[in-house]
Design a protein around this ligand. Sequence first.
Ligand code: FES
Ligand code: CO
Length: 366
Amino acid sequence: MTALQEPRTTRHAGPEHLVLSEHPVFRRFWYAVCAVDDVRTDVEPGRRGAAPLHRTVLGTDLVVWRPDPTGPVSVAHDRCAHRDAPLSMGWVADCHLVCPYHGWEWDRDGLTQRIPQFPDSPHPTKSGLTMVRSTERYGLVWVCLATDAEGGPLADIPEVVEWDDPAWRQVPEGSWDFDCTAMHLVENNIDPGHVAFVHMNSFGNPDNPELTDQNVQRTPYGLITWTDVPVEGRPGEDGATVRHTWSQVHLPFFMHLLIRYPDGLGHVMLKAITPVDDRRCTIHQVVLRTDTEADRPAADIRAFDHQVELEDKALLDRLPDEFPLAQHLNAHAKADKNSLLLRRMYTELVTGAWIPAPHPTTAVEA
Ligand code: FES
Ligand code: CO
């Protein structure tokens, strides 16, 4: 997620396109903003305290900091109540977040603790921070923008059944920024037809693009699709093979992809996609594997997935800024049924015809 870029909003594109900022429902889900380890508590030389982070979610600028090295993170709107300074330019010292403009200080709950110019004078009302709900899970920091008055979160962060299972090792992979809508990135990740072409330099083969089957079903949380995808060139494999993939989309933007290779190797990809604004998104990715570090070093897995993400990014960054909902805006073929169901469910979500129910990412291997 790049700091210092203006949030981009798109003009009203009409009911045939989905524009996130037009639908408050998207504020009511949890989104990952960084890795837990990205929130610094060490003090770099020359600084007065640890550096907080700036992140943007749905066009809202946020400051992320850890008041106490052994305590939870705090998240607030990145704007000082005094004269609007970005608090992410400040620092964290003695468990307080300090504003870079006039040095006001707040505690972990955003309550004003010090106004240094006249420290004994009472703190003005409204001097506190506007806090944002936050938590830590799967090695990531998550936020939900919706206040209690807005109803808070509609669904929990999905339960990942492999996370606490010792049979699966955890490989955190970091994040990638995309210059496309969050919907375009979800759609890409359940699109079996692009693999042979977009990924021809990593694991696809444009001379072997045919799919033998493709299945998709609605679920209480979104949808699940399962497909055999011909792949090759994956590190550690000998030549062409077929990978069996179950992809769950927990609407709106969380994905759990289970890949099972013919030799039994299990590879899960958690894809937490965060809408930065109407036109940009970031994916935070964690892999879970049934093999060991000796079988396949984590560094190799990360390097391969980095190449794959960059291949998707090169194409997705060039798509239009508007995400079509109406069927007639695009041509469709048999391989697009995942995409068509996804678009239908986004339509139902924004019209209130359907809301996701919390549901664990059950280990589906039928
Ligand atoms: Fe933050 Fe003045 S703007 S203390
Ligand atoms: Co891809």
